[in-house]
Design a protein around this ligand. Sequence first.
Ligand code: UD1
Length: 332
Amino acid sequence: MTEKQAVMVTGGAGYIGSHVVRQLGEAGERVVVLDNLSTGFRESVLHGELIIGDTGDQALVSDVLQKHNVGAVMHFAAHTIVPESVSNPLKYYKNNTCCSRNLLECCTQAGVEHVIFSSTAAVYGIPQGAKANEDTPTAPINAYGTSKLMTEWMLRDLSLATNLRHVALRYFNVAGSDPECRIGQSTKKATLLIKVACEAAVGKREKLCIFGTDYPTPDGTGIRDYIHVEDLASAHLAALDYLRRGGDSTTLNCGYGHGYSVREVLDAVQRVNGQALNIIEEPRRAGDPPELVAAIERIQQTLDWTPRHDDLDFIVKTSLAWERTLLEKARG
Ligand code: UD1
């Protein structure tokens, strides 16, 4: 009997990748993780084999694809800090664009059939309406968004020229963690709202700031579509299933289709934690759109995907539990 084809997960030791790896393991998939551990953690890989290396290393990538009989690649490995992408764009084009190009070349040479790519709502920049659908013109306003969009374009062009089919998933605001608290978001210098608020809630930060209270939204603060990482992870498995059943290449928003304001998020953190936070109101942060929410009709029509955690309190609860776990680990 021929060996079952493996799924290669780049960046599988990172926040989102590690949740996907765990779910792939639970689904009985053979998994090989390629991660250079620049921001990921060895102990976050709960399933499959971890190979420490870079997606830019063509010899290594080709070797892994061939040795493990890889049929599908899920590509998470990337730099993801937006302000850093503004100050050091070439770092982002190198890792997120050039290394993706390298990976895709290896994939086409090795005959990999399916690629699932971590894209981002940052490709939309500041859209005209509050809801962005996949046909909304892309207009990224930072190198992070552009570097990801360029990979979407490479995939699109490869779909026309080769047998490689892909799903590009445009993530909205990802938060939460494994409800069993085995893995979570461990980013050192967090800037994302729910992570920062949970750090403040467990006492790792003295205060947190609301960036902008004068937006044209009901309470004046920014609105985003927060999706639980477990639901985002299950969308990847649904995308894999879709491609294996012969689905065409496509690009799909990943969100719940409704949003919460910064104040609503902070209220949830205070409610779940049972304690008031020290909240400071600050001016708007450059480049933040007032409202960014996913139109989700296409993902609903395309994938067999049912989100299970569309519940802000649950997102916050699991984020808080993980923050406490990190604190205990740090205390030894
Ligand atoms: C971030 C990325 C975006 C990416 C998205 C999903 C930035 C600038 N943008 O979105 O490109 O597509 O994640 O991965 O990193 N806020 C505060 N106080 C804080 C932090 C945030 O008020 O301490 C507010 C922001 O102004 C915004 C909302 O909370 O209105 C969410 O911000 P954040 O969690 O940083 O994510 P985004 O910027 O929406």
